[in-house]
Design a protein around this ligand. Structure first.
Ligand SMILES: Cc1cc2nc3c(=O)[nH]c(=O)nc-3n(C[C@H](O)[C@H](O)[C@H](O)COP(=O)(O)OP(=O)(O)OC[C@H]3O[C@@H](n4cnc5c(N)ncnc54)[C@H](O)[C@@H]3O)c2cc1C
Length: 319
């Protein structure tokens, strides 16, 4: 049993998992293997960024759902016997990780934000947030491979280490799946853009009408950000897609800048933004809990503040 494996579908996350994976593989004196779907033209980049081997998953046949790849990946894992297997914590990644872990009869640490190697005991020490972000849980896995899903931006992306040599191999196509996809509809704004965005404008119940979202959308547009929301906006009012709400039961994000508009700052929401670098809040209630966690706060009516802020920023960015 040896080797570190990573599986990610998005370029940025491949690099992030390569970064942490390379570190672990070097400490263990073992190989780093990257499983990827697309981006075949980036294979050499992934090798330069630390992969010793790249395993290419066959392009999906039409109508083939992601879970169809599970038997292919499991068969390869049973042959190669990796010691550590890290998978991106996207919707697809989480779904696949659970299925793969079950078939490999091993445990899975979900939404893992910290990884260290206990070299004495030869085991991976994994950290994740629990109790709505109030505590950090430290776990080790008593079975192998030691598996974890890793949220976007939890680790720094790998940098090229010069021109490296690596192997590239194509895995067999997946067998026909029991599930058939009969229709695909593109999303207008997806999880990935919010999960990976460096700037977020997040709206809460302080917004009175759906059409008023435009005020926040305009601000997001001016500062190159994505629009996201609290759970009630997505789940109760259905004003924005469910994949765009932040918090305990939604996305955990790590933007450089988060601007919360008309949000009270309940713990279930704040859990999702605890890793944001700078938090700004606009709320008319000066006692709103969100201000306690904010770097900058504007006490005021969002219907007054947003147009002025957007206007000022437009002017400032023109200069
Ligand atoms: C098990 C569980 C899981 C949950 N998971 C999540 C989660 O993942 N994500 C999440 O977001 N929530 C989650 N919630 C819900 C959470 O507890 C809060 O109810 C929710 O976050 C509140 O959303 P809000 O801040 O938009 O609304 P409110 O709490 O109603 O706050 C609205 C704020 O807007 C301000 N405001 C009103 N009008 C204006 C105005 N004109 N100008 C400026 N400010 C104004 C008010 O002062 C107020 O502070 C969860 C709850 C439970 C029980």
């Amino acid at each position: 049993m040896a080797g570190v494996w990573i599986l990610a579908e998005h370029h940025n996350q491949v690099l992030e998992l390569l970064g942490v994976g390379r570190d672990l593989a070097t400490k263990q004196g073992t190989r780093l293997t990257a499983l990827i779907w697309d981006d075949r033209e980036r294979v050499q980049e992934y090798i330069d960024c630390g992969a010793d081997e790249v395993l290419l998953l066959a392009p999906p046949a039409s109508g083939q759902p992601p879970e169809a790849y599970v038997p292919v990946i499991v068969a390869e894992a049973l042959t190669q016997d990796p010691d550590i297997f890290l998978i991106e914590a996207t919707l697809r990644g989480k779904d696949m990780a659970a299925r793969i872990a079950a078939r490999l009869n091993t445990g899975l640490c979900s939404e893992c934000g910290g990884l260290t190697l206990d070299e004495k005991e030869d085991r991976l020490v994994m950290e994740r947030l629990i109790y709505g972000g109030a505590a950090v849980q430290t776990l080790v896995c008593s079975t192998r491979p030691q598996m974890a899903t890793i949220p976007p931006r939890a680790f720094a992306p790998a940098q090229p280490q010069g021109t490296r040599q690596g192997q590239v191999r194509e895995l067999p196509p997946p067998p026909p799946a029991a599930v058939r996809v009969i229709e695909r509809k593109p999303k207008t704004r997806g999880t990935v853009s919010v999960a990976e965005a460096k700037v977020l404008v997040c709206v809460g119940r302080g917004i009175e009408k759906q059409e008023d979202l435009e005020l926040a959308r305009e601000l997001a547009g001016v500062i190159g950000g994505e629009l996201c929301c609290t759970r009630p906006i997505a789940e109760e009012l259905h004003w924005l897609p469910e994949e765009t709400y932040i918090g305990l039961s939604g996305l955990k994000v790590k933007p450089d800048l988060y601007i919360g508009v008309g949000i009270s700052g309940q713990i279930q929401h704040m859990t999702g933004i605890r890793d944001a670098r700078v938090i700004c809040a606009i709320n008319r209630d000066e006692n709103a809990p969100i201000f306690e966690a904010s770097d900058y706060g504007i006490v005021g009516d969002l219907y007054d503040v947003l147009p002025r802020l957007t206007g000022e920023l437009k002017q400032a960015l023109k200069k």
